[in-house]
Design a protein around this ligand. Sequence first.
Ligand code: C2E
Ligand code: MG
Ligand code: MG
Length: 734
Amino acid sequence: MPCGWRCLTEAAGLAHLQSTGTMSQAPQSALNESPAEQTLRLERLALVAERSSNAVVLADAERRVVWVNEAFTAITGFSAQESIGERFGILLARGSADTAAFDEFVRAVRDGCGHKREINIRATDGESRWALVDMQPMRDDAGVLTGWVLVATDLTNLRAQQQLLSLAVDGAGLGTWQWEVQGGAMHCNDRMLEVIGYQRSQLGMTYQAWNALIHPDDFAPWLAAVKAQLRNSTVALRMSVRLKHASGRWVWIMFTGAVVDRSGAGLALRVAGVAMDVQAQKALEHELRMAARTDGLTQLPNRSVLLHAIELAIARGRAQPGYQFAVLFMDFDRFKQVNDTLGHSVGDALLRQIAGRLQDSLRPGDSLIHSSDFAHVAARIGGDEFVVLLDDIRGDLDAEVVASRLIDVLAIPYTIGAHRVVSSASIGIVTSNHAADDADSVLRDADIAMYEAKRTGRARYVLFEPSMRLQVSASVALENDLRQALDKGELFVVYQPLISLASGQFTGVEALLRWRHPTRGLVPPVEFIPMAEACGLIGALGQFVLQTACSAFAAMPCLSDHASGLQPTLAVNLSRAQLLQAGLVADVQDALRANGMSPEQLVLEVTESLAAQDAVVLDTLHAIREMGVALSLDDFGTGYSSLSCLHELPVSFVKVDRSFVSQAETSAYHRVLIEATIRMAQTLGLGTVAEGIETEGQAGLMATLGCDKGQGYLYSKPLEAADLGVWVQSRKTV
Ligand code: C2E
Ligand code: MG
Ligand code: MG
């Protein structure tokens, strides 16, 4: 039961409290105060002692307890009744769980001096508690001991929280640190030292010494953040900086901290916080940043890096008169063919080798390119498209010299596993003289010039000129026209007869597509077929030719009642894109059925390069062959495959390309090649057709060499269906 202030002051001896002021220093003015004022002050004092959550014990000079507050009972379990009159040493001894600590208090009492420390006490209910016990003697003016006052603060909850916190800090692998702002001393836990690799003895524990570990680039922002924290600590300091690890390398550490102690005047006294090793996250961030800037296959910078570099060059060009740059856009001739015939892994390896050669060639000091005078960026921006930005060149000539040397270097054959691949680069160049205002447009113009280089012969470079943009827009317009050509009925099919070279008899026709453009007139297929392939129209065009030709062929009585006994055939050209379309075999079957044709009446022509070993294409070719439709290998001699590959393809005819036939009479080399082709075809049981026979001499020679059939202007140009009927009739009558 609390006994109120009167009880307390009496118990402790009012005079002592007044004179010593140990519990609470009486203000100077107290000496002159009236009894009423004294009473009021002491009343307040007693109230505080009574209500305090700290345990308060007063004892007399013989250490006998004269007063305890309620908190004392709550913490220790000793009631006021059982405590009063008891020596506080005995109470302490009964309650102390730590004999060494208890002994310290005994010694202090014996010596008549105060003592303060944390001790582990055991309450009467057996529960262990931590308390900070402050024991002080009270003396009168003459220095005579008049009593003792003990104040015990219960630290149990605080300790539990601290323990939890340190468990969390340890578990998270966090370093902890404290900085005494005014004195400059640093404190940290072992983990903090472990993160930066130092022994405690190796590292000066001062703010200065720690600052010296920070990376020069990170120091200024760190200092700014710390200053902001010292000024205003409502938001915690949080920042990643690089620290010099004991091993000499830089490690990324994230510091979080806050001012935890300020003077009355607001001066920051102590900053405390945690530190985390974020090296792994930083490494990952770096990797991701690099991945976003690098082409994964070649490790060259990617399109976004290049565009940025071009933007910088354009800006510099504006700001600095005389500064010039060039963008070289290169595309590899035949790359698609390599990819299709030898597989993507060979294609990828080729791209890597190309990237390697580019880098080697452009490296400063390279003797081949002599490009050490200008900085450069070499990037891969897609498929087989590489771009080089030449910085600070002297003029167009520098770009041309680099381009022509690059063409030479890149044309050296590539060895990829067992394959020897020949490829060459076509390069389009935009120099600052004709550079557009933005990087995308510069790249587009360089691309246009590159197409011009390809169109005009490949393995060469072309400098961009603004007029080329008009050509491109013309071809875009043509592409749009082609999209509508089918619906508008501008497309039609012509038929060129094939003749037996031995008998001179008509044996069939080849269907060839034509486009009568409303303003341009007849557009040759070599111009619009590749365009249709590129823009996805070839499927529809191919269907149109197949259906038109089959129905025209079936409708021509002159073909079916041919007197020779030979069944004339209809040859239709197929493009690569068609061979990759899933429905082709079904389309062919439908066309035959719809027109009452037997499969033997149809021949499908595929070009040599396109028929090469692509698994999907080969499957389609076999399916066509199994249907009973014959395949003919068109333009033989112009592509990649050799005579030795002939037996691998399910073809029934080989068509010797016009470029060989036209030189057969004048070039022994071409004659020998034609002869070898015909022999090989005969050995394999294949028929042969000579394309583009224009003279009797060529016809005679082809017959002598053993070629079965001929086709060419000598016999007839491709004819419209109606004219073909007339032509066949006139031939019969010859
Ligand atoms: P190709 O299949 O090799 O067709 C033979 C080409 O040679 C035709 O050109 C024909 O007109 C031409 N020619 C025939 N005899 C002679 C001659 O004695 N002298 C000369 N100078 N030329 C002759 P055309 O019709 O211009 O076709 C060119 C190419 O376009 C064709 O070559 C073929 O690859 C493609 N093509 C034509 N029509 C189609 C089609 O319907 N579909 C597909 N995918 N391609 C087609
Ligand atoms: Mg053909
Ligand atoms: Mg041909």
